[in-house]
Design a protein around this ligand. Structure first.
Ligand code: CTP
Ligand code: MG
Length: 175
């Protein structure tokens, strides 16, 4: 899941500048996405997700193991693996952006908390993109128990990461 986990915190550190919606409003008088979704955050986030994925591909191809457990590969070929990590990393930030769109439609200001959705939007986006790109790899890798494990662990990781982000001053809210 690392190529899906890395983009958001890195977008929070390096994001900023021109918002993707260009400051535009929808008919409801609210921003399309808001100032929390920027081009720089999107590009740096995807790039860093890709970097961590490439590092994993190199480690995995060298037989890297954690406590004797080998990591699952992202695919059989290099090209296939790179496509999968790109889908994870893009899907993660597009899932996050998609939910910001709905938060604005519900009248929620930038940074307003939307429990569960805030913690899982990027996971669902990453899974959807990856499934669409490589359904065989997705279904072979994400068995039911792995899906459940990710859904349980991610909100906790998200909370801890955001508290750290808040304490070091890169996030405005601790969620
Ligand atoms: N960020 C960014 N570009 C993105 C995603 C995130 O620049 N595509 C940066 C923004 O500085 C944002 C921070 O990362 O404030 C944290 O992201 P997130 O919690 O998703 O944004 P919020 O500010 O909480 O906005 P929203 O209510 O839309 O989720
Ligand atoms: Mg937020």
């Amino acid at each position: 899941m690392l190529p899906a986990y890395i983009p958001n915190p890195l977008a929070a550190i390096f994001g900023g500048g021109k918002p993707i919606d260009g400051g535009r409003m929808m008919g409801d008088g609210r921003r399309i996405l808001g100032d929390g979704k920027t081009y720089r955050g999107l590009l740096v986030g995807i790039f860093c997700g890709l970097l961590i994925g490439l590092l994993q591909i190199i480690l995995i191809s060298n037989g890297f193991a954690v406590f004797g457990i080998t990591l699952p590969a992202f695919g059989i070929s290099i090209a296939g693996s790179v496509t999968v990590i790109l889908a994870m990393s893009c899907g993660s930030l597009f899932g996050d952006m998609f939910m910001s769109f709905f938060k604005r439609r519900m009248g929620m200001k930038r940074g307003a908390p939307l429990p569960v959705i805030d913690q899982l939007d990027f996971v669902l986006g990453a899974w959807l993109f990856t499934y669409l790109i490589s359904p065989e790899w997705f279904t072979a890798t994400f068995t039911l128990w792995i899906l459940v494990t990710v859904l349980v662990i991610t909100p906790m990781l998200h909370l801890v990461t955001n508290i750290i982000g808040y304490l070091i001053g890169v996030k405005k809210e601790p969620w």
